[in-house]
Write a protein that binds this ligand. Structure first.
Ligand code: ADP
Ligand code: MG
Length: 151
């Protein structure tokens, strides 16, 4: 619906968008990051972490599936790339309906388990250091968030 598109020319610019978005986040918010390898999903997450006041360095959680960082609230960074068979028994709900913000890379692999409402962030590789960052809100909470971001 009300989607927002940004063009960035560096990793720093992509992080800056995420950092601004982080100011609007509340416990229980869910962000789904879509985009090919190298599109900037983890880079975007680094910006979110910074905006949430996380001091630790955010790395790709590919081998651990879920990494938790503490800022002004918990940030659950999930990379479900290696989850098998839709990740049936991994207890994602505990995170989705928990006290922190969830960021999920490769979310479509656990489609069945996703909450009904979320902010989808689609990252597209446009050139060397150029990316398109598209925010697609699903649900009123996220529509409002997108509107707030461009105020
Ligand atoms: P993914 O998690 O989607 O696989 P990463 O965030 O790990 O992608 O990697 C993106 C790479 O592209 C990083 O090395 C980052 O520095 C680089 N990069 C260059 N330009 C941009 C940009 N405009 N936005 C995001 N990342 C960028
Ligand atoms: Mg990544």
């Amino acid at each position: 619906m009300h989607s927002l598109t940004f063009s960035t020319k560096s990793a720093e610019q992509t992080q800056a968008i995420a950092e601004r978005l982080a100011q609007l986040l509340q416990p229980g918010d869910v962000l789904l990051l879509e985009g090919d390898l190298g599109a900037g999903k983890t880079t975007f997450t680094k910006g979110l972490a910074k905006g949430l006041g996380v001091r630790r360095t955010v790395n790709s959680p590919t081998f651990t599936i879920i990494k938790e960082y503490m800022g002004r609230m918990p940030l659950y960074h999930m990379d479900v790339y290696r989850v098998q068979d839709g990740g049936e028994d991994l207890g994602f709900d505990e995170y989705f309906y928990g006290e922190g913000v969830c960021v999920v890379e490769w979310a479509h692999l656990i489609e069945e388990q996703l909450p009904a409402e979320y902010l989808k962030v689609v990252l597209l590789h446009k050139g060397n250091d150029e990316r398109q960052v598209e925010l697609k809100p699903v649900g009123s909470r996220y529509e409002l968030m997108s509107k707030e971001l461009v105020k």
